[in-house]
Design a protein around this ligand. Structure first.
Ligand SMILES: [Zn+2]
Ligand SMILES: [Zn+2]
Length: 274
């Protein structure tokens, strides 16, 4: 049995280029999402991004056209992470009780607001709160870990994905700062692969916006904190904002990340596991 991790989207919620800032984009990125495929079950997807339709097409390149999903996991209630749920409704896929795993606060938020509420009342989605339990899908066990991140609407979680009881993937696209989450290093060092928030490389990236209101760790800080883990672990930088040149060959932070053994995510990046 082969399990494959596919980075479906490597961008921040608005993707890159972003509406209103077409000239800033350095790479084409859809909003953050990953999928896990296997030869024994349908894929599962982490975060339903607004770009889900395009990402599904990429997923089919690695599975088969028309494949269903065994479940969708949502990290939190910011638009880049649940907006794609719209594609499961009556006007589109019209799924039948597709399991939707999410923190209870995310499920309450969705059920209280249209057009999401209808997805539940019409039984397109089957809500499964994941705060105090784990989900088992085939050989995978998935656990939600609460992390500090702007909670205007909902809590935020990272997902820990174990394969045959061995921690495999940590998916952590959004966090306010590493300093507010003391378990960061221990949690990353337990997983073979960690996909981490790399939204911004510099506080100067968004002229005219107060970056204090959209807090994320800066990539150089992430590199400094976790570089010593890259010899034994794969650390993937993802959720990259349209203003962030991370990934461009002439970008100094890109050079720093590569020198310290980090992987910079791109849409379609594949990591396999037997
Ligand atoms: Zn986000
Ligand atoms: Zn967020």
């Amino acid at each position: 049995m082969t399990y494959t991790l596919i980075v479906l989207g490597s961008g921040q919620d608005g993707g890159s280029p972003q509406v209103g800032s077409l000239s800033h984009g350095t790479s084409q990125r859809t909003a953050s999402s990953i999928a896990i495929t296997s030869d024994v079950a349908d894929p599962i997807v982490f975060d339903a991004s607004p770009d889900l339709r395009l990402q599904y097409r990429r997923l089919c390149e690695h599975t088969s056209d028309g494949v269903g999903l065994d479940g969708v996991f949502i990290t939190h209630g910011h638009m880049g992470h649940y907006g794609g749920l719209i594609h499961f409704g009556k006007e589109a896929a019209a799924t039948d009780l597709l399991p939707l795993f999410a923190p209870a606060s995310v499920l309450s938020f969705l059920k209280a607001n249209e057009p999401w509420a209808t997805l539940f009342s019409r039984a397109h989605l089957d809500p499964v709160p994941i705060d105090e339990t784990t989900a088992s899908i085939g050989d995978l066990t998935i656990e939600a870990i609460t992390v500090p991140h702007r909670s205007e609407f909902t809590d935020t979680v990272a997902y820990s994905i174990a394969l045959r009881d061995e921690p495999w993937v940590l998916y952590l696209p959004d966090i306010d700062s590493w300093g507010e989450w003391p378990q960061a290093e221990e949690t990353i060092s337990r997983h073979r692969i960690s996909l981490l928030d790399a939204t911004f490389s510099s506080i100067d990236e968004l002229p005219g916006r107060n970056i204090a209101e959209i807090r994320h760790p800066l990539v150089p800080d992430t590199i400094e904190r976790f570089a010593h883990l890259t010899t034994d672990h794969t650390i993937v930088l993802t959720h990259i904002n349209h203003s962030n040149r991370l990934g461009a060959d002439d970008d100094p932070t890109t050079s720093m990340a590569r020198e310290h053994g980090f992987v910079i995510a791109y849409d379609g990046l594949i990591l396999e596991h037997d």
